[in-house]
Design a protein around this ligand. Structure first.
Ligand code: HEM
Length: 431
């Protein structure tokens, strides 16, 4: 049976605000037409790549499936706005390594590759630990509970990446707002308001104003060992980065570096609390933290899809993808493929192996994955060590975005470890 009745949903942002419906659509897609030519009304057609094996296969051919000219799906209206907004910049809002193919991709990625390697991430542990300690402290102060996503999770990776870029703390809230508008342009509560709400152009202009100034300041000063200075003083082909590329570098680190991790924190905590016994199992077996974190990445898969365009004809899963056609790598859908993951809807802190594609696959695979892992481990270790109990209060809500998303709100209450110990002592004395 065909599945063209699903095309509108496959292309939509709204699907991701309703996880049950999302999984129902994903299941049918993988089962009935795993490489599906999707023709949604008001949307250019694209191949939906839903199987894990095919996401990996596309990732192995970066010469065929190229990043230019589009990274995310755009509907007809998005395209109209984008063309109008970028007429002066050759069709581009930003030009980050995600938008590049070789040889440029390799050159630009190479500038910060070693900064994100495990040896250097270890050097950053103190920054990560400090931020985790402060935010868990904030949760503990809120005796009546807190809204975890907006009060805690969005701040943690933001503060880490902004500290690495050496952005002043007073600007963190402003940059958080820009990032949310950039990555969830269709979510009713996160998107930009007013006459410029339609595209991402106005947000990109604000980024250029802010980071352009920062770039000039860093270039005027001698090099220091923060990431902001590293990019300002970096060279490609013997020349400093152009304004577009340098500011875009700041933008990609600011955006890729925090909404994704905060989203994994929200969905990670949510699933730990919802899947009976998993939180207690993790308390009892802290050595499972690394695999628990991988399962958080898989289950939440914050980056829902990325787009590639075929540079030439290529046969995938027996179908010919023609030069110029778009493929959407549906990372979230692929991470629930039962040919790869046993009982994929279950959240298992000891899932092994866990070959998820939450960080993508191939030359564009996430540059910040070691930082994301270290941040998540540190936060959950701190949270578990300092709490005796974590309760879910009410229902969670999800972001309507087919780009980067996850939980929008999650109300929880924590009981400090020491308070429970004291209460137990009190009860013991009373008995
Ligand atoms: C849970 C956390 C994260 C997730 C799920 C995630 C996911 C991803 C994915 C799926 C891609 C591949 C995009 C593509 O297919 O084109 C990617 C690329 C990238 N990520 Fe992450 N990311 C996370 C955290 C971070 C952090 C903390 C940083 C940096 C501070 C970062 C920086 C980047 C960069 C620079 C790229 C582009 C790599 C390239 O094009 O070569 N990410 N990420």
């Amino acid at each position: 049976m065909g599945i063209s009745d699903l095309d509108g949903e496959i292309a939509s942002h709204q699907l991701y605000a309703d996880p049950e419906r999302m999984h129902a659509v994903f299941d049918r897609l993988r089962r009935d037409d795993p490489l599906h030519w999707t023709q949604a009304p008001g949307h250019p057609p694209f191949w939906a790549v839903s199987k894990h094996a095919d996401v990996v296969e596309v990732g192995k051919h970066p010469d065929v499936f190229i990043a230019e000219p589009k990274t995310f799906l755009l509907d007809d209206e998005d395209l109209r706005v984008r063309i109008a907004e970028t007429a002066a910049t050759g069709g581009k809002l930003v030009r980050t390594m995600i938008h590049m193919d070789d040889p440029d991709h390799k050159k630009y990625r190479g500038l910060t590759q070693s900064y994100f390697m495990p040896a250097n991430i270890k050097r950053l542990e103190a920054i990560v630990q400090d931020r985790a300690r402060a935010l868990v402290g904030r949760m503990l102060e809120r005796e009546d509970g807190c809204e975890f996503c907006n009060e805690i999770a969005v701040w943690y990776p933001l503060q880490i990446i902004m500290t690495l870029l050496a952005v002043p703390e007073s600007d963190h809230a402003y940059l958080l707002k820009l990032t949310q508008q950039f990555l969830a342009p269709k979510d009713p509560t996160l998107k930009r308001d007013g006459p410029e709400a339609q595209g991402k152009g106005a947000v990109a202009r604000e980024y250029f104003a802010y980071f352009g100034k920062m770039l000039a300041e860093r270039r005027a000063a001698p090099p220091t060992d923060d990431l902001g200075s590293l990019i300002a003083h970096a060279q490609v082909d013997g020349k400093p980065l152009g304004m577009m590329e340098a500011v875009s570098y700041y933008v990609i680190l600011a955006t890729a570096g925090h909404d994704t991790t905060s989203s994994s924190m929200g969905s990670g905590l949510y699933h730990l609390l919802r899947q009976p016994g998993e939180l207690e199992r993790l308390r009892a077996r802290p050595e499972w933290m690394p695999s628990a974190v991988e399962e958080m990445f898989r289950h939440g898969t914050p980056v829902k899809h990325f787009v590639r365009t075929a540079a030439r004809d290529h046969v995938l899963r027996g179908q010919t993808i023609r030069a110029g056609e778009e493929v959407a790598l549906m990372y979230h859908c692929a991470n629930f493929d039962d040919e790869v993951f046993e009982d994929p809807r279950a959240f298992r802190i000891d899932r092994s192996p866990n070959r998820h594609v939450a960080f993508g696959f191939g030359v564009h695979a996430c540059l910040g994955q070691n930082l994301a892992r270290a941040s998540m481990r540190t936060f959950f270790q701190e949270l578990l060590a300092r709490t005796a109990r974590i309760e879910l209060l009410g229902d969670a809500a999800f972001i309507a975005s087919n780009q980067v998303g996850g939980l929008k709100t999650l109300h929880v209450r924590v009981t400090p470890a020491a308070a429970t110990a004291k209460a137990a002592q009190g009860e013991g004395a009373a008995a």
